[in-house]
Design a protein around this ligand. Structure first.
Ligand code: BGC
Ligand code: CA
Length: 360
């Protein structure tokens, strides 16, 4: 009796805490409400149309709900900078004013973090930059600046290896039988650390594996599916069935390439093999449905976990020594290849919504 009454009470108070959290979730909590060690995270990211980042931030929020820092669940506020660095600078000020004690910043312009760094330093709020990497000199401007991301080179090498394996295994890919693979590249934003480095390493790896390549063309599609569809249509218009391989810097652009082939009604046998990077929900499904040939997993859950743990450590002062830092300030999460062995598991994970996670 007593036990169950107590249990009920605990459930009730848990309900109250959750209710409060929901309120705080909307605005970081104002200064008076701030408890000393409570974690109030302010996030701003470059553009809400980015598939990978939306999925990463969903995982981040779900993982924070499972955490306890300073006796309570962390609060998080997310802002979309809509592609404008100026907007993002204003958002950082607003988040600091709202009482956030850690900032997670996905820069619009990775070469232009100085205003944000100055603000954070003035108010002594640490920053975890993520996914869009500032140059090292900028990260050294202050000792409370960190970066969570992944090594672009590794993803490019893995994409090249996946493509090389496929080309060695399947002679049909060299459709015109000239002993060379005619390819095109769909590139991410100019100036993004993941664009050029992924392309270079993917192409170099293919060559090192002994595959003769002929580059037909490349187009920048800014990570974006619709832009990629459009650019791909143009390239198909120019090269028709000569394109044997498409290397895309991310899954959304690879999916855009597939969209273009579907729209133009190309048969299976006249399409190239297409490779992406990310392993987004739709990317994985396209692999399962044999539309996308291969992809490399950009471990968003791992990156979200590192960011949550680092944020908690920065505010509580505990656990910093358990984090696998490189060069003191970098947490780099490894990529891995999506394979027939792990795709089911990855898809299974993807299908669990944050709500289901919570209930479980
Ligand atoms: C991802 C892309 C994403 C970009 C945004 C990259 O690491 O692979 O899908 O659009 O980051 O900055
Ligand atoms: Ca060929």
């Amino acid at each position: 009796m007593k036990g169950s009454a107590m249990k009920k009470k605990r459930i009730l108070s848990a309900g109250i805490i959750l209710g409060t959290t929901a309120l705080l979730l909307s605005a970081c909590g104002n200064q008076q409400q701030n408890q000393e060690n409570r974690l109030y995270i302010g996030v701003t990211y470059y553009n809400q149309s980015d598939t990978f980042l939306n999925e990463m931030l969903d995982s981040f929020k779900a993982q924070l709900e499972e955490m306890e820092v300073g006796g309570t669940v962390p609060a998080v506020t997310v802002r979309d900078a809509a592609g404008l660095q100026k907007t993002q600078n204003d958002q950082v000020k607003e988040l600091i004013d709202a009482g956030c004690n850690v900032l997670c910043v996905n820069l619009v312009d990775r070469a232009d973090p100085s205003d944000i760094i100055d603000l954070a330093r003035e108010y002594d709020v640490p920053i975890i930059f993520f996914n869009r990497e500032p140059v090292a000199e900028d990260l050294m401007q202050w000792d409370r600046l960190y970066y969570v991301g992944a090594d672009a080179k590794q993803s490019g090498v893995m994409q090249g290896e996946l493509a090389a394996d496929e080309i060695w295994e399947n002679e049909q890919i060299d459709r015109n039988k000239d002993g060379k693979i005619q390819y095109v590249v769909l590139e991410g934003e100019a100036g993004h650390q993941d664009s050029v480095i992924r392309t270079e390493n993917s192409v170099n790896t293919l060559q090192q594996k002994g595959i003769a390549l002929e580059k037909l063309s490349y187009e920048i599609a800014n990570w974006n599916r619709a832009q990629a569809e459009n650019r791909m249509e143009q390239m198909i218009g120019q090269y028709q069935t000569s394109i044997e391989l498409v290397l895309a810097n991310n899954d959304d652009m690879a999916l855009g390439a597939i969209d273009a082939y579907e729209k133009l009604n190309y048969s299976e046998t006249s399409r190239p093999v297409i490779f992406g990077i990310d392993g987004t929900d739709d990317g994985l499904k396209a692999i399962r449905d044999s539309k996308l040939t291969g992809t490399v997993y950009n471990d968003k859950e791992g990156q979200a976990e590192m960011m949550a743990k680092l944020a908690a450590a920065l505010v509580s002062g505990e656990g910093m020594e358990d984090l696998p830092f490189e060069n003191d300030r970098y947490l780099m999460v490894p990529y891995f290849k999506v394979t027939p062995q792990n795709i089911e598991e990855l898809l299974g994970e993807e299908n669990i919504s944050p709500e289901a996670n919570e209930r479980g």
